[in-house]
Design a binder for this molecule. Structure first.
Ligand code: BES
Ligand code: MN
Ligand code: MN
Length: 464
């Protein structure tokens, strides 16, 4: 008899080849020029889900609720009456590949090098989402049926903060009824160290636009004329102090400090600040509030970052001008128990308050996500931890992440669904950067981890 695990091991090469086919589709969700490619990726996945034996496979349009309108992919198989139901979540959209000249092999030509697969989306999230499909395929192949009920919900707007999926989840469709969700879109704390992520930061992504005059001015008027860029710089500099503390009144009021045992568990993680500074940050120093550990700064404290500033003169040579308009893209990451709406209200009124005289400022919310924290004493989390421990031969660690996956908070709030975040990325996988990769060993052992977890979840009583 071939077990699901045998099947997965025997088909490693085919699984990898199929992943490469998916990675060749440039499904860049933010770029209107790639609209058709995004849809092509959705259709490709739908076809694959049908092929492995899932039912009710369909694209759910999100147009009207989201700026980009990329479809959700849904599928299910519900023929295990009385058994557990799992909801698989992943995203098939990817970040833009730019800057292209820094890639050692083209971003949409998946290339194997020293045990890694290089491509945009290799780990975030096509490669990880694909592990779910291959685990379910292996279960089907070994048994002709599944030991539990499954649903898939795969989105195409995660990387642009598209709220189409949130609007869908908020309607609490019967299609999302499940005992728990499984998400593979996070990282392992260290290579070979089985890791479950139990907390994510939320965010408010904003634009700050400053106007200082009807039109650009000769800078001979400098000294009397207000300057939109100087004013924008002034505003941005007021949001954090030198130690990294956010100065917006009330913003820290609801921040939930990590429980003592969680903080202690963070201290026992294998972490070398110097190595983190050098290999992960590649910077001269680690900044931030020194009263907090690096983990606490990233996982349990809010932050503010500027992503880009547009306008004025940035061409070659020199132009003496006072630009009338300056625009910054900036975001705050939020932590449990901050709320996105309340944080944005405070953020906007603080910016309006510190805006220097003579200019006007407009603060716009582009998208937002609530933070999330999953209770560790959940039976699904425990089953996931022991499956991981079995596969990797080491005790599973629990971490949080500084990044955001908006749907996790929505599933928790609207459907009371706990998310098992079983991720297999590594710190040097270059997410969102040139030379994104997925460690091949993690791809294969990831499939095995998911398989073992599903087999054990199938033996546990449903929780809802
Ligand atoms: N997979 C990431 C989030 C992530 C990365 C979690 C690493 C844990 C470890 C996700 O695709 C992502 O990039 N999210 C965006 C969300 C935003 C656009 C709303 C993020 O965190 O910036
Ligand atoms: Mn992702
Ligand atoms: Mn991402």
């Amino acid at each position: 008899m071939t077990t699901a695990l045998d099947f997965a091991r025997q088909h490693q090469q085919r699984f990898l080849d199929e992943l490469k086919t998916l990675l060749r589709i440039p499904s860049v969700s933010t770029d209107p020029a790639h609209r058709d490619h995004v849809r092509q990726a959705a259709t490709h996945i739908a076809t694959e889900l049908t092929r492995i034996g899932l039912e009710n496979v369909r694209l759910i349009e999100t147009t009207g609720t989201s700026p980009t309108g990329h479809p959700l992919v849904y599928a299910d198989w519900l023929h295990a009456p009385g058994a557990t139901t799992v909801l698989f979540y992943g995203h098939y959209d990817v970040q833009p590949p730019e800057p292209l000249d820094e890639w050692l092999s083209p971003p949409f030509e998946p290339t194997e090098r020293d045990g890694n697969l290089y491509a945009r989306g290799a780990v975030d999230d096509k490669g990880q989402m694909f592990m779910h499909i291959k685990a379910v395929e292996s279960l089907f192949a070994a048994n002709g049926k599944l030991p539990l009920n499954v649903r898939f919900l795969i989105e195409g707007e995660e990387e642009v903060g598209g709220e189409g999926i949130a609007a869908y989840v908020a309607t609490r469709p019967a299609d999302l009824h499940a005992d728990f969700a499984i998400v593979s879109d996070t990282s392992m704390f260290a290579p070979g160290l089985p890791t479950l992520c139990i907390g994510l930061r939320g965010m408010i992504y904003t634009e700050i636009e400053v106007r200082s005059a009807r039109s650009d001015l000769h800078s001979g008027y400098g000294g009397a004329a207000p300057n939109s860029f100087n004013a924008l710089a002034h505003i941005l500099a007021k949001i954090k102090d030198e130690s990294g503390q956010i100065l917006i009144p009330g913003i820290q009021d609801t921040v939930l400090p990590p429980a003592e045992d969680e903080r202690r568990s963070w201290q026992s993680l294998p972490f070398d600040e110097e190595e983190f500074r050098e290999t992960v940050l590649g910077s001269q120093a680690i900044v931030g509030d020194s009263r907090f550990s690096v983990q606490e700064r990233i996982w349990a404290q809010p932050t503010f970052d500027v992503h880009g500033i547009r306008g004025g003169f940035t061409g070659v040579g020199a132009k003496t001008v006072i630009p009338a308009k300056a625009l910054a893209k900036a975001s705050m990451r939020l932590v449990p128990n901050m709320s996105a709406a309340d944080s944005f209200t405070r953020y906007r009124s603080f910016i309006e308050q510190v805006c220097p005289p003579g200019v006007s400022v407009e603060v716009r919310l582009i998208h937002s996500a609530e933070p999330s924290l999953i209770p560790i004493d959940n039976p699904w989390i425990r089953a996931a931890a022991s499956a991981m421990t079995q596969v990797w031969g080491r005790e599973t660690v629990f971490v949080r992440s500084g990044g955001s996956i908006p749907i996790v908070g929505d599933l928790q709030r609207h459907l009371a669904l706990p998310c098992v975040m079983m991720g297999f990325g590594l710190a040097d996988d270059n997410l969102h950067a040139p030379n994104e990769k997925f460690c091949l060993r993690n791809f294969h052992l990831g499939i095995e981890s998911i398989l073992r977890f599903l087999e054990s979840a199938a033996t546990l009583p449903p929780t809802r």
